[in-house]
Design a protein around this ligand. Structure first.
Ligand SMILES: Cc1ncc(COP(=O)(O)O)c(C=O)c1O
Length: 405
């Protein structure tokens, strides 16, 4: 007799994508210590926390040092001061009918996107875009909702993969095969493309007609520039009965190291006679002890008059990089997509070069690091992701080096 492991973990593939990339960079730098490496690979921000947010954090830190203002465990659903401002600014001001008790504050969208599946039945089938942010798939593999990985196809059994390619404008088509849970992320990581409200409405209608749940990841909502692109799935009619939305402060306000996000679960969302809002509250109550007070005060400051102006200016700067990279690549003869409503540029590798080969090629010849498309799923093969999260100077430098290859 011996204890056993969760065997589903053995179905997972290799190490996490960015760990594999990190190892390659480290080896290259060791062998070429004089080469300057410009990292446009991992989606991490470079601008520091905005001053108004920092002031709010300092104030909250001081409150923790006095008995009268000290706070212990935070409420599992999040402080009302933060949930209220989110409900108002992110939703009601955009015409979305969302109330504060439908918002669950968390330590980020990665955790939520991994954890939300826990309140759903083990037998549910899932559909994902291909390429995809890997967490949605891996979390479901861990939960046993998939078959094993097929090396030949690069897919897990039992998962509906919805190819997003140049031919369909990098937008998934409604799956011919019905799925119980549909993961959508717009603006998209990794393709950088956005979805129009009319297109998203088709998904909401499809989910309501087929008894499916949409888990909508709006982590890059703050980067939307164009009219007609929904900031929230709740801008679509009927989304309250079929959709959960996840948001993140990571790319909106530089909180990748501060950690703050939230999920929205409308009261109307029900299955098997149960409210998903109630189930998630129960889950958080048992497994989560709340996002730190200091961090929630920082989040509140993102919505303040000063904070929102400062954060918008930071995003503008990243979007300048996005335009620079996208247009620079196109000028240099590459095909490049995204980067208009998102900080990601999705480029086609030259002459159909496999994406990991292009990763090595770009690192060796230009010292530029990106992310191989194949790391996001089989339909990512032949593509490469660059991010706009570097500095302006580094984005210019990277382009110059790419042009010279
Ligand atoms: C699509 C998507 N969702 C979620 C996350 C993670 O967000 P957070 O930092 O809030 O955990 C990322 C981060 O790269 C992402 O690209």
């Amino acid at each position: 007799m011996h204890f056993t492991i969760n065997k589903n973990y053995t179905k997972l593939q290799g190490s996490y994508l960015f760990a594999a990339i990190g190892k390659k960079i480290a080896r290259f730098q060791e062998e070429n210590p004089d080469v300057e490496i410009i990292r446009l690979g991992i989606g991490d921000v470079t601008q520091p926390i905005a001053p108004a947010i920092l002031t709010a954090m300092h104030k909250a830190v001081d409150e923790m040092g006095h008995a009268e203002t000290f706070r212990g465990y935070a409420p599992e659903q999040g402080y009302e001061f933060l949930r209220d401002v989110i409900a108002e600014k992110d939703f009601r001001e955009r015409g979305c009918d969302i109330s504060a008790d439908e918002i669950f504050i968390s330590d980020g969208a990665k955790c939520d996107s991994g954890n939300l599946q826990e309140i759903l039945g083990p037998g549910n089938t899932i559909a994902v875009c291909d390429p995809v942010y890997p967490v949605y798939v891996d979390a479901n593999v861990m939960a046993g909702r998939t078959g094993s990985f097929d090396m030949a196809t690069g897919k897990f059994g039992g998962v509906v993969y919805m190819p997003c390619l140049e031919g369909n404008g990098f937008l998934p088509e409604l799956p011919a095969e019905r799925a119980d849970i549909i993961y959508l992320c717009f603006p998209n990581n990794p393709t950088g493309e956005a979805i129009t409200k009319a297109e998203l409405q088709k998904w909401v209608d499809h989910a309501n007609q087929n008894g499916s749940l949409i888990i909508f990841d709006a982590a890059y909502e703050a980067y939307i520039r164009e009219e007609g692109i929904p900031h929230s799935i709740y801008e679509c009619e009927g989304a309250r009965t079929c959709a959960i939305e996840m948001r993140s402060f990571s790319k909106k306000a530089g909180f990748t190291g501060v950690r703050l996000g939230f999920s929205v679960i409308p009261k109307e969302l029900r299955a098997d006679g149960e409210s998903l809002n109630a189930l998630w509250l129960r889950r958080q109550g048992t497994k989560y002890n709340g996002t730190p007070y200091i961090v929630q005060r920082a989040g509140e400051a993102v919505y303040s008059e000063e904070g929102s102006v400062q954060v918008a200016a930071q995003i503008d700067r990243y979007m300048e990089n996005a335009a620079l990279i996208r247009n620079g690549l196109i000028d240099a003869g590459y095909q490049a997509f995204g980067g208009v409503n998102s900080p990601y540029i999705w480029m086609k590798t030259p002459h159909g070069m496999p994406s990991w080969e292009f990763f090595d090629f770009l690192l060796t010849h230009a010292g530029v690091v990106g992310t191989p498309g194949a790391g996001f799923g089989p339909s990512g093969e032949g593509y490469f992701r660059l991010t706009a999260f570097g500095t302006y100077e580094n984005s210019i430098k990277a382009l110059e080096k790419i042009r010279k290859i």
